[in-house]
Design a protein around this ligand. Structure first.
Ligand code: PMP
Length: 400
């Protein structure tokens, strides 16, 4: 009855092949190295709670509970500019649009830029949620190779030239320069400059997705691409990893003309992003030492990353390699030849460990020999135990 009525785009929205298994993976006896849930246990809930109650009982209360501006609250947009300044970005609050997480930023950008069949260039592997958004608008994702230093600029140039020769319309490059989800790889400064150079030469727009930028674990934060260029770079930020993912507040920093379209798209989608959430974030940033809080998060994630990097050499079979993230949440494994990470997942879950198969992060079916491991949520002891269990499964698998 409904099937014949769906729009063509509804058929490009597919349930993840591993979603059903993840329900099982959430059982307490399973160590889940699969999801990317931030660990917010260190947040001072009493401080946040008191501040939010005071805010609601103050003159701001009625505004926080009312419809707001389609672009987002002015006060928060000013604070967002302060947050971005931490990564060398100089921005004006007028150029910021608040979104429901950066996920909605991705959605609105794809909506305003992409007709069905338009091409989005994306590093391989790429964030699964972005790939789902792109395919929901029937955009075609063309992957560009990355290595240990990030996206390879020469491959980017080749892709742009080849696609132009084929008459394809490339709308933008989607990249995660800092501690990429899923690979954990960081684009070096030279790469950032070279990628920007290619973009300038070829007129390519860059969408820079940076939810993990402030979660560097080794110091030596690199400047955002947006800090080097403002006309050709659209920047996505989020409070999900530095404060709370449930509050669902992110933002897009875009050149003026794009921002105007974004606000129209935002109004059409939500009338206004949630005012209450914006006031909560704004209050949090005002009353709490958020920079110090990020240091607390960094220390906690560093301990977990170190636990994972210490466990991997002890338990992984010969022939397995992995990345060494300088920040963020993820380690990317390449398994010995002949192992299919998706086929192996049910056996891993039976052995009480879960991960995300690499295929989730490619639009073109690659990634069968890869897995993404998250160290953000389980404790260091659970991480070690999870890696041990994964090692057991992999060793058995190698003998199949
Ligand atoms: N981009 C990347 C690279 C992510 O990893 C995530 C969350 N996992 C998002 C965007 C979306 O985050 P949010 O909507 O919570 O801001």
């Amino acid at each position: 009855m409904y099937h014949d009525r769906y729009a063509a785009r509804a058929f490009s929205m597919k349930e993840s092949a591993v979603r059903a298994l993840f329900a099982v993976a959430n059982r307490p006896e399973v160590v889940s190295l699969a999801g990317g849930m931030p660990n917010i246990a260190d947040l001072p809930l009493d401080i946040v709670g008191d501040a939010v109650r005071d805010m609601i009982q103050s003159a701001a209360g009625p505004r926080a509970l009312q419809y707001g501006s389609g672009q987002g609250e002015q006060m928060l947009r000013e604070q967002i500019c302060e947050v971005m300044a931490e990564e060398g970005i100089r921005a004006h609050p007028d150029d910021v649009t608040v979104t429901v997480g950066s996920q909605q930023g991705l959605d609105l950008l794809t909506k305003i830029f992409c007709d069905p069949g338009d091409v989005i260039l994306a590093e391989a592997p790429s964030y699964v949620g972005a790939l789902s958004t792109f395919s929901s608008y029937q955009a075609e994702v063309v992957h560009v190779e990355m290595d240990d230093h990030g996206l390879v600029p020469e491959r980017l140039r080749e892709a742009v030239v080849t696609l132009a020769a084929q008459g394809k319309r490339v709308k933008f490059l989607y990249t995660i320069p800092n501690y990429s989800n899923p690979s954990g790889i960081t684009q070096t400064l030279e790469r950032r400059k070279a990628i920007l150079e290619v973009a300038k030469e070829t007129g390519l727009l860059i969408v820079e997705d940076n939810p993990y930028g402030l979660l560097d674990l080794e110091g030596g934060r690199l400047p955002a691409i947006r800090s080097m260029e403002h006309e050709q770079v659209i920047y996505l930020g989020s409070f999900s990893k530095t404060f709370s993912p449930g509050i669902r507040v992110g933002w897009v920093l875009a050149p003026h003309a794009v921002r105007e379209k974004l606000v129209l798209a935002q109004e059409a989608a939500t009338l206004s992003p949630p005012t209450f959430s914006q006031y909560v974030v704004s209050t949090y940033l005002r009353v709490h030492d958020w920079r110090q809080q990020i240091t607390v998060f960094r220390d906690m994630y560093r301990e977990r990353r170190d636990a994972m990097l210490a466990a991997l050499p002890d338990y992984m079979p010969v022939g397995t390699t992995w990345t060494h993230p300088l920040g963020g949440f993820f380690v990317w494994l390449t398994l010995p030849e002949g192992i299919d990470s998706q086929a192996m997942l049910p056996r891993a879950v039976t052995n009480r460990v879960a991960y995300t198969p690499g295929t989730a992060f490619y639009a073109d079916g690659l990634g069968a020999r890869n897995i993404r491991l998250s160290y953000c949520y389980p404790t260091p002891e659970r991480i070690r135990e999870g890696v041990r269990r994964l090692g057991e499964v992999l060793n058995r698998e190698s003998q199949l």
